[in-house]
Design a protein around this ligand. Sequence first.
Ligand code: GCO
Length: 443
Amino acid sequence: MLPHRSDFPDNFLFGAATSAYQIEGHAKGGAGRTHWDDFAATPGNVAGAENGSVACGHLDRWAEDLDLVRDAGFDVYRFSTSWARVLPEGRGTPNTEGLDFYDKLVDGMLERGIKPAATLYHWELPAPLADLGGWRNRDIAGWFADFTEIIMSRIGDRVWSAAPINEPWCVSWLSHFEGHHAPGLRDIRATARAMHHVLLAHGRATEVMRGLGMSNLGAVCNMEYATPVDDSLAAQKAATVQDAIYNRFFLSGITKGTYPTEVLEGIEPHLPAGWQDDFATITTPIDWIGVNYYTRKIYGPADEPSAPWPATREHDGPLPKTAMGWEIYPNGLAHFLQMVPDYTGDLPIYVTENGMAGLVERDNDPTDDPDRIAYLRDHIHVVQAAIANGMPVKGYFTWSLLDNYEWALGYAPRFGLVHVDFETLNRTPKASYDALRKALTRP
Ligand code: GCO
């Protein structure tokens, strides 16, 4: 059983999250080409070379999807605006159809009593900007500020909250160092620049939104608990450097205007000249912080003594795993809800994503997902405990409303509370959806 809404403070908010490229169907509605289309079209990058052309067909089915959000009893819907749908070339002439779509989507939420929580960038970089170097190019901060101005001039008067960039770690490290996401680079210099530019873009966009008179502006960072593989000093050092890269770099940049020394050790030679001067923009005040949490990772030193920084290696863990191969470790969330206020003080914390790809639901009954209910229950309990310990946690959002395009893994991992048949695009609520609906029912 999931804890009931009445077990939380009155103003605590429950939500569900999605993102544009993962659900909309990018081939329709005049959206431009994105670097994900190109990444997926290159053999070996994405399972089955699948892309977001059709996805969940949300562009046409958005009203039905908002009904699902409302009927579950969610207070907030966290969605994202595709840069390439609004500006097919990344800059220049906006796509009226794209602007109209987000306008009516926001109105659709308000009509249903749902608070719109907008994310400006959830990874679908317009291909023409990728041609210019994408996140490696410092100019991206200005291009992103312009995009922000265009989309928020249209919907900013009605959104409840806004965050510029979903998961700076994924945008920079996962995509430029590990090469697992578009643009699929494995290059330390590109990584260092992307890590810094993503924060500069965050700051510029935040300034633009303040200028438009918007409030309730935040930042959404993903965090993974870093566990040393054994008691050795070398393993502890490996876990510490990964914790710094993953969990502290972006938070520290935004809130303190510094980067952790463990990270500078590796990236400082590759940062753009004058990077310190950008902190005035990067630290422009935010109103809340979002934490996306799924799992932990286990680290030890690299096998090769000559391995370059960060010289770490990941190890397999012993805990039960989701269909992503991710260990289920609710204590990691407890750690972050305790640690984040060291950076953000009293600012409200929202768990902006938490959820799992199911193990059993691809078999006979795709809507029977007891593992997901247990996962949500255990993580929601952690949130309750954090509130009891005085942490300013103000909301909890499930990833995801719908089964959707899981990036490099294509459509196989199913994160949804609602099952999507990718042949017919029919939606069927899973048992976890019903469990949440019961938990969220107001007396
Ligand atoms: C995330 C992403 C989602 C993923 C989810 C599962 O923010 O990491 O928002 O796009 O689908 O995290 O991997």
